[in-house]
Design a binder for this molecule. Sequence first.
Ligand code: DGJ
Length: 727
Amino acid sequence: MISFDSDSRLFVLDNGSIGYAVYVNDAGYLETLYFGKRMERYDDFTCMRDTGVFASRRYLVPSGEDVAYGDGFKAECAPLELSPHGLSDKRGAPLVVRDGTGSYVTDFRYHSYTVEEGAPALEGLPHAHGDNAETLDILLKDRTREIWAHLVLTIFSDKDAIVKSFSVENGTDGTLRLTRAMSLQLDLPRADYDLVHFKGRWAKERDYCENAVLDGVQEVSSNLGRSSAEENPFVFLKEHTATAASGEVIGFNLIYSGNFKFRTFVGPFRGLHVTYGINDEDFEWTLEPGDDFQTPQAVVVYSAEGVDGMSQTFHRFVRENVMTYRANDVYKPVLFNSWEGCTFHFDTDLILSYLDAACKIGAELFVLDDGWFGARDSDLAGLGDWKVNAKKIDLRRVIDACHERGVKFGIWFEPEMINPDSDLFRAHPEYVLGWGEDELSLMRHQCHLDFANPAVPACIYAQMNEFLEEYPVDYIKWDYNRTVSEHVSRALPDRQGEVYHRLVLGYYSLIGRIAREHPEIMIEGCASGGGRFDLGTLFYCPQIWCSDESDPAQRIDIQFNTSLGYPLSCIGSHVNDSRVAPYDTKAALALFGTYGYEMDPGTLTEEEVSMLVRHAEIYKKYHGDVIERGTLYHLLAPHAGNEMCMQCVSQDMSASLVLFMNKLKEQDEFRFVRLRGLREDASYFNTLDGCVHTGEYYMRVGLNLSRECFPEFSHRLILLTEEKPQA
Ligand code: DGJ
């Protein structure tokens, strides 16, 4: 898959479907000649230097001469893998190093390369994995100093995805400061794309935003200390004419959970310059002699088959090359969570009554959410004290009751947080993030623990481990209910530029340790709903609570948009008791995710119970083959109109689930929804009208939803099953 031709100095990464070509120019810069659908030949890129858009850069050399490199390097606009910083290229370098003289000039040039089988494992950072990969590691050296950089590119044989990262090593005998350390640069010789990103806030995560790529700079970023609800690290570029099913689309994500910045720059020469990685706001990493710094990995997905081509690659990539939970492809139980039913207000009897009622609606995993520990009767107190509040709950009895009923048991933690009203705070006020300010920003009455100080995650680990040793837990919900402020660590007196990143490393060290030592426990990520929905978290957690908004009125957008970049199998989705939509609409939507419940189950009518049981049965029967391992098609986008339609097809194309929903009321009108991904000549029975049609019919004519009027927020959940000819 990876080759280097030393005559033409051309690296080619080609998996038979996509190609990536990098040329080592006379100056030693790495020029990105091509990224896209694979080509027969990659040695035909003289056009870049013949365009005449700008004169070749000339340099004054020690002999006093004024020279240009023989291959006509256009320093200001050549598509590069790693722009220098502080020279004439002002597009924005991904790496910037300041040395002891104060100079920011950073100028990495080619030195050598290696190619290895597989994908590299990163110490302390979540990373892509898989045997079906090959990795090119290009070593570069700063032109004047012993500073080394590795550009590492991994290509996968079975997916149109490339993983990129940099590392920087201080080979000098002085201290260096890395003031920018991003994961990728991608330069494209055209800028006529639309940029799609996902902004939001609490209970309104991942709102679809699309704009033509701007002249000058545009940034999609988080400086909130977490990947955030405000912007998600998943973004994509699409050519203007691309649709769900056709056209060029390039998707990006970062295997990281902290501050990020996706930056586009279009300058006077119209090329598109992308940099992506850790946000450089307040970032400064000290490299003593011999130290190195590894950036997180960025994932780039190429699709010539529209937005769904990109989404489907991301879905398989996340499941097969990011998630590590051993059971990510085995059945995930129907979950019942106590939070929305009773919040902090419960006792053992109430929880046991919830458990019995939850069993009646098919629950297989019972989760006791917030409120079981310390003095936690409201959000004013208790975070940091991970000891069972025995006066409130007999946890042993609850767990035994679950297991006696064949139901798994799960528990809630929020390990990175502390309430000022807690024993931990009283004993260790210095564990709080901040320099002991006389005024600290509280959010939800809580402070952020200083996970940049290794003693702090160690203390939380000891408490969690003691709990997990005592109680047989099958699942943890790992919450994170505030953003970072006062990003100052008392443990890092002269290295405050490292705090944001070290907080994320502290999170990874703790969750990684818990996951490693308790591999049987499934961990679900959460952050005030979906405020940390990212590939870093998915490395440890096979699912993430998608949003605190479960009402379909808002939820269809959240769930649809999230599934553009993330597989349905990781999107935590529950039926709750919000009043806008009926229970069967909520249940149908929850089926297009990880199905679960969150309500007072005692209030359900008999009719509602039997309806929820029917949906739980659909989940049990079809989730694995159709939703989890199947192929997802986005047929009607809720951000584009009044209707939403998603379809999943099993890998063997024998079964398909279709969910149609509308927002405002709709009259009877022609409404044929064309399906995708079926076998043309196979016959499928559908549960909408009880008819059998060929796959060709469903894909050309469509599923006939014309006959009816649809009240507000109604839906149709349709199952298609292949009718095999009688032998
Ligand atoms: C925020 C989460 O999103 C909720 O589901 C719930 O776990 C609360 N935190 C508990 O405090």
